[in-house]
Design a protein around this ligand. Sequence first.
Ligand SMILES: [Fe+2]
Ligand SMILES: [Fe+2]
Length: 195
Amino acid sequence: MTQIEALKRKIDSLYEERRESRDEWADWLHKNHIFIVAEIAHDLAKRYDANDDLAIAAAMLHDIADAVMSRFAPDHEKTSAEIGRKLLQETGFTEEEIRIVMDDAIRYHSCRNGEVPKTTEGKVMATADALAHLQTDFYAHAVESKRDKQSIEEIKDWGLAKIDRDFKNKILFPEIQKEAESSYERQKSFFINLT
Ligand SMILES: [Fe+2]
Ligand SMILES: [Fe+2]
């Protein structure tokens, strides 16, 4: 078994334990998002000459605390970092590799406040996450799960801000940004026309 296969098994078993503390959305993300980000990261790693295993590991571990707690829990980020580091150690990644995955790629994957990853692996992962958001039914699903909790106006504000961050801040390769333009425009009209 490769290190990546071993890591995937550990992530799957973390999600297999049922937990009340987890958001409903987390199980959807486990089945429909995390491994798609990993596939896109794999393609981008080849294209931009990043270390494939590290880009994939970062993709699979981004927001891993979703498996055990709500995304909005105050210690979500800290817990993600702890679980990620532990799983990487258990699957034999070196300290230097763990630093790239955890302290750069995952730490800065949200690309907030002008902070972006510095390593190619980190750039690949943030870009892959944004592409997965813009090019799958991620937003369609998010809207459906928010409908009973938030008003249409709140959902629109959330979605329009998030697709903007995906397209403008998280896609860190100009070529890829060009390629994603039509997906971004499609998501934008999806939110503008939401009723
Ligand atoms: Fe995230
Ligand atoms: Fe994501």
